[in-house]
Structures are given as C-alpha cells and as structure tokens.
Design a protein around this ligand. Structure first.
Ligand code: ATP
Ligand code: MG
Length: 138
C-alpha cells in the first residue's frame, strides 16, 4: 500500500461548474492535494491514458469525451489512498453509485462520470507521472 492516488475532474464536471464542489468533497474526506493543474488532454493524450481500454466498444467515445474540454488533474495523498478514493467516487455508473459519492452527486451517466480515480498503486504512480514532473509535486 502506498499513500497516493491520481484523479482527474473530467470535462463534463468542469463544464457543469462542479470543480469547487468536487474539490470540497475530496479535501473534506481527508485527502491532501500534493499536485494539481488545469489542463486539457489532446486526442493522443487521451488515447494513451486509456490505452488499456483500446479494445472496448466505447474507446472512441471515451477518447473524444476526455479530450473535448479542460480537466483538473491532481495527485492526492492519504493513508490507503487508492482504495479510499475509489470508495469516495463510487461506481463507474452513477445510477449504481452509493449515496453521497462524488459520481452520485456530480456525474451525468456511465460515460460522462465526473471523475477518474486510479485503480491500483502501480497505475496511480504511472498516471501521476503522465501529468506531473517531480518538481510539480509538493
Ligand atoms: P476511471 O478509470 O475513469 O476512474 P472506472 O475505473 O470507474 O473509471 P473503467 O472501467 O476504467 O471505469 O472505464 C473508464 C471510463 O470509460 C469510465 O470512467 C467511463 O468514462 C468510460 N466507460 C466505462 N464503461 C463505459 C460504457 N459502458 N459506456 C461508455 N463509457 C464507458
Ligand atoms: Mg478505471
């Protein structure tokens, strides 16, 4: 277990004005923001970031969605960060997400689901390094 995870506030949540609400949920849950930036993924960035899903039927839609507007990318620190953050964001499909979770509160549908959360310590490290250099992490 490491104590860091990586998140993105996705384009739908940015468009819908939920950056502040989502950051409030994250910090209230005890996560410390150790790196953060407002940025936009290129098509190529989104393809690379979600390469693990390249064979899935929704891959094209996912790449288009994730690159269509700005996002907030952040590295978060807390004990048991990966698992606790997945619990905080809730199920991939907001219709199935528990009450009070970020996706229940802020997501639109299974495709446009407001936030990303790393699914393992290994991926948290890879995804954090995709967006941040060492000197951008505090
Ligand atoms: P994320 O990796 O973004 O945190 P997740 O781990 O809950 O989400 P994954 O299975 O990794 O879910 O899917 C990655 C993303 O692909 C989802 O968050 C969603 O944006 C999109 N996605 C997943 N399933 C579908 C689907 N059936 N139809 C359309 N888009 C989907
Ligand atoms: Mg995932």
């Amino acid at each position: 277990m490491t104590n860091r995870t990586f998140t993105m506030i996705k384009p739908d949540a940015v468009e819908n004005g939920h950056i502040g609400g989502i950051l409030e949920k994250i910090t209230s849950a005890g996560f410390k923001i150790v790196a953060m930036k407002y940025t936009q993924l290129s098509t190529r960035d989104a393809q690379a970031f979600y390469a693990v899903h390249s064979e899935r039927p929704f891959y094209g839609e996912l790449v288009e969605f994730m690159s269509r507007g700005p996002i907030v990318a952040a590295i978060l620190e807390k004990d048991n960060a990966v698992e606790d953050f997945r619990a905080l964001i809730g199920a991939t499909n907001p219709a199935e997400a528990a009450e009070g979770t970020i996706r229940k509160l802020f997501a639109t549908n299974i495709a446009e689901n407001a936030v990303h959360g790393s699914d393992s310590d290994e991926n948290a490290a890879i995804e954090g390094a995709f967006h941040f250099s060492g000197r951008e992490i505090y």
